[in-house]
Write a protein that binds this ligand. Structure first.
Ligand SMILES: *Cc1c(COP(=O)(O)O)cnc(C)c1O
Length: 369
């Protein structure tokens, strides 16, 4: 087998294209597609993914913060970019980079009006976010008049979309809650559009929303996790292809005698002779300590190697007693064969968390550019 080298997150753009086309097949031809690339494109490679989405014909991108949007502009991305959580202190940067703010409160609307005026903007595109039950960010029904009055009074801004976010789109038991959110969004956006006298785009669905509430596509959908190959339910996972494979190698193999311990705090003590392998990946790379003590495992030569004892900053030790392997062999943390969702579940978390946790120290390699 060829040498793998250092710990690497390999990104397969053919898989990304497949996922994009799959999601497209779930929406009407006229529905626009916004690709969510926040948090380094869910821990992958933000610029690479944004470029690919631009090339594939996505209509919009979204990031969480202004600094993320600035990185995309610096890399030459031309698509409109929605900033989901801008803060007033970043408005000048936002405008300078032609990023489009989500406006979610009276306070942030007033502050943005001031910034847009100071920068002598006309019809600067903004997106109005309604809270319909997630109770995270967003205006409520009592704010509609305020939004309409404030935007009609000012030449500086123009509402290009109205949106909201589902709280439990992946949870079939919360179907009534989600349907109520959709109904309330429809009513809020209608009232606002009547007051404005024009019709901005409306959007509400994330990846699981696209799958479970196709009737609520409105004019655009916003997908993040689906692009990266995860669908929050087994039937959808089966249709998607994880774009990222996290792999590393065996640095050293040790024979451990009965009653010897492995790693910090002697968190693992063996009751029999075993064989351990040390891998150059640890909690500084995103493998949290919650994966330690036998919960998380890597795959070596198609066999399961559970983590022994505590996860160190730069290393883990795994049990390879039953595995025919040698120093230099490859170890897979997650990938298409053993999904990040499955790895995450060993520590009671979700694909979103492990994917976005992979630190910038881990080398990125892009396949099929
Ligand atoms: C992150 C995010 C999304 C993407 O959600 P997925 O479940 O990853 O598709 C969509 N909309 C908003 C407002 C978000 O914060």
């Amino acid at each position: 087998m060829s040498k793998v080298g250092e710990t690497t997150l390999v990104l397969d753009l053919t898989a990304l294209e497949h996922n994009y086309q799959y999601l497209q097949s779930k929406i009407k031809p006229e529905t626009r597609f916004l690709g969510v690339v926040k948090a380094f494109a869910y821990g992958s490679d933000m610029v690479t993914v944004a470029q690919k989405l631009e090339q594939l014909g996505a209509d919009y991108l979204a990031v969480a913060y202004v600094s993320e949007g600035v990185l995309l502009r610096e890399a030459g991305i031309q698509l409109p970019i929605l900033v989901l959580h801008p803060l007033a202190s970043n408005f000048d940067d936002l405008i300078a980079n032609h990023l489009e703010p989500s406006i979610y409160s009276r306070n942030i609307l007033n502050q943005f009006l001031e910034a847009a005026k100071a920068q002598k903007q006309t019809d600067y595109p903004i997106h109005i976010k309604f809270n319909t039950g997630l109770n995270r960010l967003g205006f409520s029904d009592t704010d509609v008049d305020f939004i309409a009055e404030a935007t009609k009074r000012s030449e500086c801004i123009k509402i290009v979309s109205v949106f909201s976010h589902l709280a439990a789109s992946e949870d079939k038991n919360e179907r009534n809650f989600s349907l109520n959110q959709i109904k309330s969004f429809e009513n809020l956006s209608k009232t606002l559009m009547d007051r404005l006298g024009y019709a901005p785009m409306r959007h509400m669905l994330n990846t699981s929303g696209i799958i479970n509430y196709p009737e609520a596509q409105f004019e655009m959908v916003r997908s993040g996790i689906g692009i990266y190959g995860y669908g929050n339910q087994a039937e959808i996972d089966a249709q998607l292809q994880p774009i990222a494979t996290l792999k590393t190698i065996i640095s050293q193999i040790h024979q451990i005698n009965a009653n010897e311990s492995v790693g910090y705090n002697r968190a693992f003590t063996s009751n029999r002779p075993i064989k351990s392998a040390t891998l150059p990946i640890g909690h500084a790379d995103g493998i949290g300590r919650q994966y330690g003590k036998g919960k998380g495992f890597v795959t070596i030569n198609n066999k399961k190697a559970p983590i022994l004892g505590n996860v160190c900053m730069d290393m883990i030790m795994v049990d390879v007693t039953e595995i025919d392997c040698k120093e230099g062999d490859e170890a897979i943390v997650f990938g298409p064969e053993k999904s990040a969702e499955k790895f995450a579940s060993t520590a009671n978390t979700i694909s979103y968390e492990i994917l976005t946790a992979i630190s910038q120290r881990v080398k990125r390699e892009v396949k099929n550019k």
